[in-house]
Design a protein around this ligand. Structure first.
Ligand SMILES: [Zn+2]
Ligand SMILES: [Zn+2]
Length: 136
């Protein structure tokens, strides 16, 4: 069994792929449920208001939104900014336009890599060995 310290509460727990312990995750689920419920009933609420009513840390609420787990249904209630261009968004980390642009840039970066390019390390290594023998 792989034991780890929870990065949130510091307790030792059986590591199962998450950086926080089962108890903290349960707390998160509970917080998430409260926030989601409140936003469903009050789609126009802002983070400060939700935080005050539910008792959930505002940073945590924003994290839920950034993770894309939580979405504000009110078109005009934009609680987050796009991390790339600063445009107000409803969920996630980037606006639609930036997401598309970044996807395109990523695809370009991949296709730019030459598949026929032999790693030069191998050639250098061979030359180094040849040199060694020549000097003898
Ligand atoms: Zn914990
Ligand atoms: Zn953007």
């Amino acid at each position: 069994m792989n034991l780890k310290n929870c990065i949130r509460c510091g307790r030792v727990y059986a590591y199962d792929g998450f950086s926080i312990c089962q108890q903290c995750r349960r707390d998160d689920e509970e917080d998430f449920r409260k926030v989601k419920e409140y936003l469903n009933e009050n789609p126009g609420a802002n983070v400060a208001e939700v935080s005050e009513v539910t008792g959930v840390d505002a940073k945590k609420i924003i994290q839920f939104l950034k993770d894309g787990r939580l979405e504000v249904r009110d078109e005009n209630n934009l609680l987050l900014d796009c991390e790339r261009c600063g445009k107000p968004i409803r969920t996630g980390r980037f606006c639609e336009k930036c997401s598309l642009e970044m996807q395109r840039e990523l695809n370009q970066a991949i296709s730019r890599k030459d598949p026929n390019n032999i790693p030069s390390g191998k050639i250098k290594e061979r030359m180094r060995i040849a040199d060694k023998y020549r000097k003898r």
